[in-house]
Design a protein around this ligand. Structure first.
Ligand SMILES: [Zn+2]
Length: 419
């Protein structure tokens, strides 16, 4: 008996236990997990697996979680009484053990475990930056085969842990993210692994929601406000869905936190659409030259989970949320402020979230006594670099015109060798 069901958020049909990257049920609508237990529990095991609201049954590897603590330094500087930090990264003195330094580890862990339990033998991951690093690491930890496809333009911000360097990674040199997805789909048909599914994969969103599971377990309540930097927005959607489960539980608050989502200007397609009250994104806000101007390439996806039913637009509406845009110089200043007041380095994407919080406080949107949760999506890279060498990724360069025969030659040997 499974402890969860999967339901289509559009037509309400129950799908039973399925691997969700396959089942785009109704077009432009997300499937949602329904956990049979209405009450939140934390006695299921170790790390993130101790939570009952994850779509996995018998995890066979360990995965540590977010470290949540009440801020003193940053809270004082910002004039907030009840600021909590959800720190995702490497900070051993605080108990933070994510060597990839990103909350994408939860996504990768839950997706791979869920796929394995659904009889899937491997996955194609079309992603870059943090997500690629997290999936590569979890593939090593779990022994679950994956192939990663990235657009070459994202390579300069990528690094893998040394132990992940053998994970098959292809870079599409003559194309953008859309071409990478196209190549990934062809690889999927050749090697027989499905696509990980992006925002449509319930395991991905519920895995990212583990940040809120960990936070409520530590805080004993839902926060009033939640701050996060967004690229695709998948993590924010996962947090909203998780928050709605806490509201149904009833013991942690009557309302989901207001989502405060931050983008790095000038590439801020969700902010621009939200400002105009639009569910649709505007092509003019997705111009590639805007991406070249932001400091956080990891937040540069041109296909965010904004318009889809149950996505970012709906999450903002449902929670009374807001969107913010911050300039590069504000991001760098926020990174310095965080290091100075909290004592650990953070990545630019986290600087975006901190700068967004500063904006909200300056505008009087957040009241001094309200409870705020700040998701530091990545930190401790410098800290890790001091103790351990990290490596740049050296992918196999391929063309977007790669043929099936070439894919076969390239990958079948590599996959045999690695798994
Ligand atoms: Zn449906």
């Amino acid at each position: 008996m499974s402890h969860f069901k999967i339901r289509c958020s559009n037509c309400g049909k129950e799908l039973g236990e399925v691997y969700c990257a396959f089942c785009e049920h109704c077009k432009d609508a997300l499937l949602v997990t329904e956990y049979k237990e209405r009450n939140f529990r934390t006695d299921n095991g170790k790390g993130i697996w101790r939570f009952n609201w994850l779509p996995v049954h018998t995890p066979f590897f360990e995965q540590s979680g977010t470290v949540v603590y009440r801020s003193a330094g940053l809270a004082d500087r910002m004039g907030l009484d009840d600021l909590f930090i959800a720190f995702n990264g490497f900070w051993p003195e605080k108990g933070a053990q994510l060597q990839t330094c990103t909350f994408k580890e939860f996504e990768a862990a839950v997706v791979l475990q869920n796929a394995k339990e659904n009889g899937v033998s491997g996955l194609i991951v079309a992603s870059a930056g943090n997500t690629a690093r997290a999936f590569a690491h979890l593939s090593v930890v779990s022994g679950f085969p994956i192939v990663i496809v990235v657009p070459t333009m994202c390579l300069m911000e990528m690094w893998y842990l040394e132990s992940s360097l053998a994970i098959p990674t292809l870079a599409v040199g003559d194309g953008d993210y859309a071409d990478s997805i196209d190549v990934a789909k062809r690889i999927a048909s050749v090697v027989g692994f499905p696509f990980e599914g992006g925002v449509k994969n319930i395991a991905k969103r519920d895995g990212l929601g583990a940040v809120l599971l960990e936070s409520v377990a530590a805080m004993g309540k839902l926060p009033d406000h939640y701050f996060q930097a967004v690229g695709s927005g998948t993590g924010a959607v996962g947090v909203w869905e998780t928050a709605e489960r806490f509201v149904k539980d009833g013991r942690y608050g009557a309302r989901p936190p207001a989502l405060h989502l931050v983008q790095n200007l000038p590439f801020a397609p969700m902010l621009r659409a939200w400002e105009k009250g639009s569910r649709a994104l505007f092509p003019d806000d997705l111009r590639p030259e805007l991406i070249g101007q932001i400091t956080t390439r990891v937040l540069s996806t041109r296909y965010p989970a904004y318009s889809v039913k149950g996505g970012v637009y709906d999450a903002l509406k449902a929670t009374g949320g807001r969107m913010y845009g911050v300039e590069n110089r504000e991001v760098y200043r926020a990174m310095e402020l965080f290091a100075e007041t909290e004592g650990i380095d953070i990545v630019p994407a986290s600087g975006v979230a901190v700068a967004g919080l500063q904006t909200a406080v300056a505008q009087g949107i957040i009241k001094k006594k309200e409870t705020v949760l700040l998701n530091i999506t990545g930190g401790g890279e410098k800290r890790l670099g001091k103790e351990k060498r990290t490596y740049d990724v050296e992918p196999r360069m391929v063309s977007k015109k790669i043929t099936e025969k070439e894919i076969e030659e390239l990958l079948c040997e590599t996959l045999k060798k690695n798994y």
